[in-house]
Write a protein that binds this ligand. Structure first.
Ligand code: SAM
Length: 291
């Protein structure tokens, strides 16, 4: 096990490098020794696997990944951490650290170059200020990865993994379940981090589907309808779709009826299949020209 989750060691390394935490970059480093081995194991890091990590920080999770996987590529935005990582990961020859913003990197190209012939998984303790953009960036790029196992704030975990029809269901969980099957693996208390954040966290796993869960007639319209449906949660679907898509309410009501959805239903009650049928009706009803 790495010495990096020992608080005394972490303080010593940080002091020696004159490093101070950046709240802006979501720097809460794991200091609970039981967390990273579990993420690495459950994330699928193994002798034939390539692992893409986002935000290695001091390298505490990277260490656990590198000792199990064939290769690890870690993307870190904060260049002050590069000399630290060089020291903490010096015993490994299967780790590449790339300095950059994960949201600006062509991850498909990076995976093709760095992991030829390997099964690839993503493992990370995500910076919380951009959890949803990173998750959507990973999913929308249709990366050739098997699974994404990441730690996020507890509340974000509940929103990402919400089942259709449940209280937490929203545009994010609908989009996630289109690309992947998502579940919460385990919770992590705020005291497991340095500095400790205000809230607890959870590790989630998104198992990427070989094909999206449904096949909408027009994917862009499908997501536009989902976003519009959830945009005003207190309104009925007929109202929120009419204002969100700029369509007459009676036309929306007709499309809902043709799709077999009650006009007073709310977006969180709909399954992906419902949204898919609704997309067909709106698309075929000539509404697409106005959307
Ligand atoms: N993996 C480490 C751990 O578990 O202790 C650090 C996790 S910390 C929550 C998030 C890390 O992501 C930080 O090291 C931060 O500098 C980095 N980061 C923040 N924004 C980033 C971005 N846009 N692209 C890549 N890394 C980023």
């Amino acid at each position: 096990m790495s010495q990096l989750s020992n608080v005394k060691n972490v303080r010593e390394i940080l002091n020696r490098h004159g490093f101070s935490f950046s709240k802006k970059l979501g720097q809460n480093f794991i200091v609970n020794p039981s967390v990273c081995p579990r993420i690495a194991e459950l994330g699928g890091a193994g002798p034939d696997t390539g692992v893409l990590e986002i935000g290695p920080g001091l390298g505490v999770l990277t260490w656990e990944l590198a000792s199990r996987a064939r290769k690890v590529v870690a993307i870190e935005l904060d260049e002050r951490l590069l000399p630290v990582l060089e020291e903490t990961l010096s015993e490994f020859d299967n780790v590449t650290v790339i300095q950059g913003d994960v949201l600006k990197i062509d991850l498909g190209e990076l995976i093709r170059q760095e992991f030829p012939g390997m099964e690839v998984v993503v493992c990370a303790n995500l910076p919380y200020y951009i959890t949803s953009p990173i998750v959507m960036h990973l999913l929308e790029a249709r990366l050739p990865v098997k699974a994404i196992t990441v730690m996020v704030q507890k509340e974000a975990a509940d929103r990402i993994c919400a089942a259709p029809g449940s209280r937490n269901a929203g545009a994010l969980s609908a989009a996630v379940s289109y690309y992947a099957s998502a579940r919460v693996l385990f919770s992590v208390s705020r005291g497991s981090f340095m500095p400790a954040p205000q809230v607890d966290s959870a590790v989630i796993r998104l198992e990427i589907r070989p094909q999206p869960a449904v096949a909408p007639v027009d994917e862009a319209l499908f997501f536009k309808i989902i976003r519009a449906g959830f945009s005003q949660r207190r309104k009925t679907l007929a109202n929120s779709l009419s204002s969100g898509l700029g369509l007459a309410k009676n036309r929306v009501a007709a499309a809902l009826e043709q799709a077999g959805i009650h006009p007073s239903a709310r977006a969180e009650e709909l399954t992906l299949e419902d949204f898919c049928r609704l997309t067909s009706q709106i698309f075929e009803g000539d509404f697409d020209k106005k959307v």
